[in-house]
Design a protein around this ligand. Structure first.
Ligand SMILES: C=CC1=C(C)c2cc3[nH]c(cc4nc(cc5[nH]c(cc1n2)c(C)c5CCC(=O)O)C(CCC(=O)O)=C4C)c(C)c3C=C
Ligand SMILES: [Fe+2]
Length: 514
């Protein structure tokens, strides 16, 4: 059996040129004000596309990256030898580097595969305290509330899923991405197994972890398939992983590292720019098209109260894509807005629908929508953007509409994910505190525990994204009181009409039958 030996990077030796890392460092590491280009500036001549606004102060504290089983740093930075046999089957159950069996766990949201799955899927979603965080005193209501809201919302959601073929394409696409990533890793002499762990539907994270144990994986790279970190997405999955790891002796001894976000990677940025460049060419006058980045929203309180880095990462991501486009002499106007709001609380602004209406009023005629928070097609690209927002845009006078496809299995993107995994391997179970390269993003590489400790450590109570009853003169109480009052009036009316008795009859508003 022929054996090939390849050297893996001694520390992070990214394919990305050094200046790319360096360019990102001041933004990512300093605790001073961050500068962002004003997205609203896109429509204004006076505010050039390069106008800078101070928007965000990173609260990033220095983090200690060591999981319980951390090796000495010296050891982790020793070049690893990747041992792959040319005859090893691609789906071998025992992928080895040295004596280690390497696994990559892709974390994703999951989606209902049939219309019957919609309500239980929604139940799982709303039962997650990172989606609806109830006050401590009311935690026991989490499941009944999730049941209530999921039943209440299911019919609306089902309409959406019916419109895109009767279910979410997420599982199929994520499985395909996992397979392409595995092939890419093997082609780079890293024989790893790749697993998919969904948060709210099959294959659940718990199932993936069982398989990881059965396969005897000893080093695990955890890679959420969200380019930007949010408490409500990657954070929620990491919290689940933490609880699974904590209770399992095997997992406690398995070394791991997490790549919490990767929006800043050159390969991802270039892949997004490629897609935008290609779609722009379809328009008659490509330079007149406004590039409309539409990100999934989160409630404002996640960012302002719990310190979710999601908004800052999203804005930085858009900046980096725009910089890449500028290098290609593409200098279109652009804007960023947030979609998919659920419930009455305030979410990140500007909202996508309101921004489309504004752009229409300002006379914009061509719009290219760019979904930016997710790398697969899903209900919010296929239904919300392609149907609802397109319809709204056409109604608002926008004549030419285009949409950039999600990255899916785009080869340059998958290859870059593989590089991200390879670059993280020296940090599996290791301390990376002083490694500048490991700290490129607002949420740098670390272990599950460290990341959860760094973000949202107190797990503060947040206003829920859906209407939940609260005591006092609050918005939700007003909403629920209003609904209760309307219901009571309806019941009284029905009683009046059916019994012929009541206030309206006594006051002579309705005729007395007697
Ligand atoms: C980065 C992406 C996402 C963030 C942030 C996010 C936060 C978030 N979502 C909800 C509520 C719902 N999300 C739903 C579906 C859904 N959400 C995302 C991504 C993010 N969510 C995706 C990719 C999908 C689609 C999955 C699919 O099946 O294709 C749904 C269900 C669909 C619907 O009824 O609209 C809900 C509900 C909240 C409350 C939230 C932040 C707190
Ligand atoms: Fe969502």
């Amino acid at each position: 059996m022929a054996e090939s030996i390849a050297m893996l990077p001694s520390s992070i030796s990214s394919n990305a040129p050094l200046d790319h890392h360096l360019r990102l460092l001041p933004r990512s590491l300093c605790n001073t004000q961050k500068l962002y280009r004003c997205p609203e500036a896109c429509m204004s001549d006076s505010l050039s596309r390069n106008s800078l606004v101070a928007k965000y102060t990173s609260t990033q504290s220095s983090l200690l990256f060591a999981n319980k089983q951390s090796q000495s740093r010296q050891k982790c930075l020793t070049p690893l030898k990747a041992v792959a046999t040319s005859e090893t089957p691609a789906n071998s159950a025992s992928p080895l580097i040295g004596n280690d069996k390497i696994g990559v766990l892709l974390l994703n949201l999951g989606g209902p595969e049939t219309l019957d799955d919609v309500q239980p899927f929604l139940f799982n979603l709303f039962a997650d305290p990172d989606i609806i965080r109830l006050p401590r005193l009311f935690r026991f209501l989490q499941k009944p509330l999730a049941q209530f809201i999921s039943v209440f919302r299911a019919s609306k959601s089902k309409e959406g899923y019916a419109a895109i073929g009767g279910g979410s394409p997420l599982r199929k696409i994520t499985d395909a991405q996992a397979e392409e990533l595995r092939k890419s890793l093997w082609s780079k002499n890293v024989p790893a197994k790749v697993y998919v762990g969904m948060r709210y539907w099959h294959p659940f994270t718990e199932e993936a972890i069982q398989q990881i144990k059965r396969d005897g994986i000893t080093k695990l790279v955890v890679l959420p398939l969200y380019p930007q970190f949010s408490i409500s997405t990657s954070g929620s999955s990491l919290r689940l992983l933490e609880s699974i790891f904590r209770e399992d002796e095997y997992l406690v001894n398995m070394q791991h590292t997490v790549i919490p976000s990767w929006y800043q990677r050159e390969g991802y940025i270039k892949a997004m720019a490629n897609l935008i460049e290609m779609e722009l060419k379809i328009f008659d006058s490509p330079d007149k098209v406004v590039i409309f980045f539409s990100a999934h929203g989160v409630p404002l309180a996640y960012v302002e109260e719990a310190g979710d880095p999601y908004k800052a990462e999203m804005e930085e991501c858009v900046d980096l894509i725009i910089e890449e486009l500028e290098k290609r002499k593409i200098t279109n106007a652009y804007t960023l807005a947030y979609q998919s709001r659920v419930g009455p609380v305030e979410w990140l602004k500007p909202y996508t629908d309101e921004t489309i209406i504004d752009l229409g009023k300002k006379g914009v005629k061509s719009l290219l929508a760019v979904p930016i928070s997710f790398v697969s097609e899903h209900i919010e690209t296929l239904e919300e953007i392609d149907v609802e927002y397109k319809e709204l845009a056409l109604k608002c006078g926008i004549e030419n509409w285009g949409r950039v496809p999600a990255l899916g299995c785009e080869p340059a993107f998958i290859s870059d994910l593989a590089d991200a995994v390879i670059e993280s391997l020296p940090y599996v179970g290791a301390m990376a505190v002083s490694n500048i390269e490991a700290r490129q993003s607002l949420v740098p590489l670390g272990s599950v525990e460290e990341l959860l400790a760094a973000y949202d450590s107190q797990r503060r109570e947040l206003p829920p994204p859906v209407t939940v009853w609260e005591w006092g003169w609050t918005k939700s109480a007003e909403t629920w009181n209003g609904r209760a009052a309307m219901l009571a009036v309806l019941v009284l009316l029905v009683l009046e009409v059916t019994t012929g008795e009541g206030f309206l009859h006594q006051w002579g508003i309705l005729p007395l039958f007697r």
